[in-house]
Design a binder for this molecule. Sequence first.
Ligand code: NAD
Length: 283
Amino acid sequence: MALVLNGAPAAEALTAGLAPRVRALRERGVTPTLVILRVGAQEESRAYERAAKRACTAAGVESFTVELPESAQMDAVLHAVRSINAEPGVHGALLLRPMPFARTERAACRVLAPEKDVDGVTPASLAAVFAGEAGAFAPCTARAVLELMDYYGIDPAGKRVAVVGRSLVVGRPLAMLLTARDATVTLCHSRTRDLPGVCRGADIVVAAAGHAGLLGADCFAPGQTVIDVGTNATPEGLRGDVDFAAAQGVAAAVSPVPGGVGRVTNAVLALHTIEAAERLSKN
Ligand code: NAD
């Protein structure tokens, strides 16, 4: 049976390590603060928002929501983002996505101040991640995959890693982070030929495609680590992209959904907000 890579202990260890940094900030009169911008009231966004706030509270980070109606036009959304940029008491901003209008979402990501971009959505943050700059804010989920692997002592250096999914939220930035950690990365997507064969040939498989149970028994090999980023609402509840039972029967280690990467993602959001507060309060 494969080792189950639970996210909770990794998130708890990460959060515990933040306490002295939060204390040092508070002693200087700085309360690390995250603002969550939500347009509309989609239940998935609200659930993510609640989880993010819980993780912030656990880490000693203040958080509050700016809520705009579903019908909010581009001007109103950009005005809210600019107000966040200008507010000295706010160190990090999480723009909940998807927003009702894709064009507005893209514009909001461009307008957000990179120094407050704790979820790595701005072109400047992504460019810094791609250039391998130290201190770049990567999308929290991408960094969470590495934090989870680090916690369980899984070193990607020199390993063949198949990343399934090439979105800018997970797959592509993760491929860059893994490359910076000396992995040999194959970035797979919906047009990849023989996906099971590519996955079987990897030492580490990361699934981030958004299709419940996409990776089945034919995708896994003995000794592998399988990290499941997928979170798919199904009639049976939340499911990952990996057939968990199949992976557990073949691989050496597999992360569950729920209870895997998602838990760590929220802890990384708190970590990034603290990093932003440290940098902004030095100026
Ligand atoms: P997306 O739809 O933007 O991108 C999906 C990617 O998967 C695309 O690059 C596509 O080419 C690829 N893909 C789709 N079908 C495929 C197939 N059959 N074979 C191979 N590749 C395929 O999705 P996203 O925003 O990157 O999210 C991916 C998944 O990760 C979703 O389930 C999402 O809910 C989840 N997610 C989880 C967290 C977390 O913290 N746990 C955070 C963000 C996203």
